[in-house]
Write a protein that binds this ligand. Structure first.
Ligand SMILES: [Zn+2]
Length: 147
């Protein structure tokens, strides 16, 4: 079904024929390009039997180059830096404060951990909200505050 006449016109050669024809080459040149005993009249005959290639097409590339798809990337979510503590400084003692140890920690002092290795140290500032000082509460209770 794919071969109209003989094995001369394999699918690949037909594709090539279409491409050469679409490039505007003459029958003679196409015949020479295809080689293997293909004559000018064989090319002409094949072209006349192929649908859609009878006339010089303006746009008959078998597979037109695909248009580069512009994929819309979602905009990166820019985290709003907290007014008091930058994310990078979140786990460091606040400037001007002296971290305290677990033993020194009381209910009135900020229990924000400022390290993750022993001995564990905590912020130790005066508690403003919950268990944290104002600065750490703004980070620790961020989701609550914004709702
Ligand atoms: Zn604190």
């Amino acid at each position: 079904m794919k071969h109209f006449t003989s094995d001369t016109w394999t699918e690949g050669r037909v594709e090539r024929l279409r491409a050469l024809w679409a490039d505007g080459l003459s029958l003679t040149v196409i015949a020479r390009e295809l080689g293997d005993g293909v004559t000018r009249s064989a090319v002409a005959g094949k072209l006349s039997r192929l649908k859609g290639v009878k006339q010089r097409p303006t746009v008959v590339r078998v597979s037109p180059p695909p248009r580069p798809k512009v994929v819309r990337e979602p905009l990166p979510v820019v985290e709003k830096p907290q007014p008091t503590i930058a994310a990078a400084e979140m786990w460091h003692a606040l400037p001007g404060t002296v971290p305290i140890s677990l033993e020194e920690l009381t209910r009135d002092l900020c229990a924000w951990p400022i390290n993750d290795t022993k001995p564990y140290l905590f912020c130790g500032c005066k508690v403003a909200r919950g268990s944290f000082c104002a600065a750490h509460a703004s980070v620790g209770y961020r989701s609550d505050a914004e709702k």
